[in-house]
Design a protein around this ligand. Sequence first.
Ligand code: NAD
Ligand code: MG
Length: 337
Amino acid sequence: MANQEDGISRRAMVSGAAVGLAAAAASAGPALAKPQAPAQGTPATGLKDPRSAGPKPPFQRQSQPWPGLAGKMNPRPDHGETSYRGSGRLAGRKALITGGDSGMGRAAAIAYAREGADVAINYLPDEEADAREVIDLIRAAGRKGIAIPGDLRSEAFCKKLVDSAVKQLGGLDIVVSNAGRQQAHASILDISTEQFDWTMKTNIYAPFWIIKAALPYLQPGSAIIGTTSEQATDPSKDLYDYAMTKAATTNYVRSLAKQLAPKGIRVNGVAPGPVWTPLQVSGGATMEKLENFGGDAPAGRPGQPGELAGIYVILAENGSSFTTGHVYGAAGGNGLP
Ligand code: NAD
Ligand code: MG
């Protein structure tokens, strides 16, 4: 898992680095003849080996009813609960994150709170158990954690959600539109109009309604972040409806960024590849895909949600004030954002 430091491989890398330095010094001549290499066995500071940062396939077949719970997955996803360390990068900020109970949304919520932001999360009522854990983690970081359950397929609820978040946070300057619906279907013939509508309402209409409702509150310097996918540019054959919504997400990021730059509001996207989250074990992936989940990525494994936390932070923070209209990928070596 991401939070487990692999002492053996770190030592191996350090000694490998020392050998490399010595060889470089030898070929560079006498001026560099005595490299200041770390002593044998000294751990390198702050290095995390991506090869051992998360479990690899094969995974156990497992299935949960939609929307699924992170707490019931095997293995449990790593959202950075024990590993993410903040340094005040979002001090005083106020964030609303949809789908903040699990997956990328939970990873962003934990990171934002530890970076000094107050955070409101939205999720479905069935996800209360996951959401409670996130609220506790936000509060443990010393920040305001606000839970606003409800179904984003309703325009009226989306408006209520934003109003309630603004009221309880005392403002709003980060909107992470991250909630998503994904169901795999082998054939377009298997997708009912109801299913199609469900995917469209969750992935396309809800961000439209939420951003419209939030805009009047967003001051210059605010950030909107949409979670898109590698599916936007490289769609799978069994994700016909889902993949088109992700193309739409990438597209709205680029359009809105142009529209809102003159108002000082930035809009960016995050495009994950395969990440170990409840969405995948509650109909998002077939059992065959799940067993070998992430195995096709050059990294040889799926990402853990916590491995994307830093991207959500970077796109929200003041340090990225010239970054807008971009999509930042994290797919273990495959795909284009
Ligand atoms: P997840 O299941 O942890 O998160 C999805 C969340 O969406 C759920 O927790 C739920 O709270 C929310 N949601 C779904 N329908 C909703 C509704 N009608 N009303 C309110 N909330 C609703 O899974 P995740 O993978 O972290 O998903 C987050 C985002 O990442 C999604 O937009 C998804 O499309 C995207 N994504 C995921 C992957 C992956 O491999 N996991 C890859 C690319 C993109
Ligand atoms: Mg969830």
